[in-house]
Design a protein around this ligand. Structure first.
Ligand SMILES: N[C@@H](CC(=O)c1ccccc1NC=O)C(=O)O
Length: 270
């Protein structure tokens, strides 16, 4: 299997993606259409978290399955950009990958702020108003899903939240997948009430992976909120949700075998 190569989806140094693809020549047409795509964390601002965070997971999965390819997305960080700059980049990167490699089925894995971005990619469209082809499985790892809950858990997190999203908490709610503004459903209701959460149609699975050893985001806050955005719904319209409690510190989980084993279970769905 070849090494990761870097592809650009914009002019900025961080508008890049590392790609590990199985192919005999350099033509995208020969690359199988099954992918695992990773979005790193780092509180929307820490350059020490980057596309390399996804490499252990991607390399392990690609080595075990010769028909799986991997990609790991970089995006511009705060304070250089504020919301929606990060999600705009992630959506542009996903659109670029899907088009360039003719991707049909993929698993989207996001860690920490990357999990927030992964769920946001179902909710927000690109500059043309086009939505991204949704993943078959969305895996949130040590994720953030609601900005108010982030600051309720630890007041000092206000510094990175306001650096990325400003100080207006109503804007935080509009940006947060689990604030109550949005819910994920398998199909739309005939008539939604005016004050109901906005329904986002998603037919894939949502998988929550969170460590009981996470020293930055505890099990008691964010994971419950990821589950809430599917559990608001009646059972027959409820998006499938699965939960795993793993071990390891916040930034260790993406480099561990446990995550590889969990994501492997879902490869049969792509
Ligand atoms: N190293 C980061 C902190 C960080 O990444 C973080 C801290 C608390 C809760 C979640 C975090 N990251 C999520 O993407 C920073 O320098 O802001």
């Amino acid at each position: 299997m070849s090494e990761f190569s870097i592809v650009k989806y914009g002019n900025h140094a961080l508008q890049q993606i590392s790609v590990l693809a199985h192919h005999d020549s350099n033509t995208a047409a020969q690359i199988p259409p099954r992918w695992v795509i990773y979005i790193h964390g780092g509180a929307w601002r820490d350059p020490n978290n980057n596309h390399k965070d996804g490499h252990h997971l991607i390399r392990s999965l690609c080595n075990s399955d010769s028909k799986i390819n991997g990609a790991s997305i970089d995006y511009r960080l705060s304070p250089e950009v504020t919301h929606p700059g990060h999600i705009d980049d992630v959506i542009a990167a996903l659109q670029f990958l899907i088009k360039t490699y003719n991707i049909k089925d993929y698993i989207l894995v996001g860690h920490s702020a990357g999990a927030f971005l992964a769920v946001q990619s179902l909710i927000f469209s690109d500059n043309n108003g086009d939505f991204v082809l949704p993943p078959k499985v969305l895996v949130g790892v040590e994720g953030i899903y609601d900005l108010r809950v982030t600051v309720e858990e630890e007041a000092s997190y206000n510094s990175f939240v306001s650096l990325a999203f400003g100080d207006n908490k109503n804007e935080w709610d509009l940006a947060s997948p689990a604030s109550g503004v949005y819910q994920l459903v398998t199909e739309k209701k005939e008539s939604a009430l005016k004050d109901d959460p906005k329904e986002i149609v998603y037919k894939g699975k949502v998988v929550c992976v969170h460590s009981s050893d996470d020293e930055l985001l505890s099990l008691d806050y964010q994971p419950k909120n990821l589950e809430k955005i599917v559990n608001l719904t009646e059972i027959d319209r409820r998006v499938s949700f699965e939960n795993y409690i793993v071990s390891g510190k916040h930034d260790e989980v993406f480099g561990r075998a446990e995550l590889v084993q969990i994501v492997s279970k879902y490869l049969c769905l792509v």
